[in-house]
Write a protein that binds this ligand. Sequence first.
Ligand code: ADP
Ligand code: MG
Length: 229
Amino acid sequence: MSQSIIELRNVNIYQSQSLILSDVNISIDKGEFVYLVGKTGSGKSSLLKTLYGDLELTHGEGWVVGHNLRKLTWQTVPFLRRNLGVVFQDFQLLTDRNVNENLKFVLKATGWKDEKLMDERISDVLDKVNLKNKGFKMPFELSGGEQQRIDIARALLNSPKLILADEPTGNLDPETSDEIMQLLFHISRDFDTCIVMATHDYMVINKFPARTIKTEKGKVWDNASISMS
Ligand SMILES: Nc1ncnc2c1ncn2[C@@H]1O[C@H](COP(=O)(O)OP(=O)(O)O)[C@@H](O)[C@H]1O
Ligand SMILES: [Mg+2]
């Protein structure tokens, strides 16, 4: 295996019985920032779901953070999930508890036990997303941008080398969306975290350029391989 954190070879992706993407070949290295672009319905979320083990890989070969996607079972998916972070368009925080308690809930669910270590980790990730003093806020007291930052903090809890983000700016106004993009680029650069972000917002891509992989007409097109040929 190479340095790649994501490797897909001759992969076909299905939803129910329908073929959504065929002959997908992708190789993404440690620390890279990559956009996944394409129209609504073109298969971006299906591709991300395959990468985090929500859609079973049945055709082709795939490795994500060292896990062989063909060998995943319901018992081993949690181990893959601990090695990557997932950020959604609108992650629902548990409304009956504050930010600290929300994050602690996730830590406990992924095997953490020591209260002091958990508190330190929570304070550390809140610091990384610039929300250090918001731990005692209830979800309804946070703005949309702050909630999205908490979602990113949640994805960082287990120090993953890979974050998969599915339209994380989809519900945000342009200014807040810029702040989230700056945060994601900062995380990618300063913590050597690979980020694969699905979006159909070309304004974002133009403003924050990076390698772009496109889903279109049932195929995946990678501008990195186009520019090299
Ligand atoms: N759970 C599902 N069951 C069946 N078909 C689905 C499911 N989820 C998505 N699809 C179909 O797969 C195709 C790709 O969808 P999706 O991956 O969500 O695209 P995107 O994220 O680019 O909008 C669409 O035609 C969609 O209708
Ligand atoms: Mg989608």
